[in-house]
Design a protein around this ligand. Sequence first.
Ligand code: ZN
Length: 64
Amino acid sequence: MRNCMRCGVEMIEDLDIKVDMQGYGISITKSGIFSSTIDKPRVAVCPKCGEISMYLKDIEKLKK
Ligand SMILES: [Zn+2]
């Protein structure tokens, strides 16, 4: 569960990011290693103030 940083309300999680590039979306990669994709970011939105929070579901790959 994620709470809004601004007002503390429970956020709507697990939304997708749409970047208008023929549906490729965006992905998070380790800096310097272009081919090593970590994960696609997910988005959470606060239903009260509209704050958007980006996060990764699988952070295990970052710990390596
Ligand atoms: Zn909020």
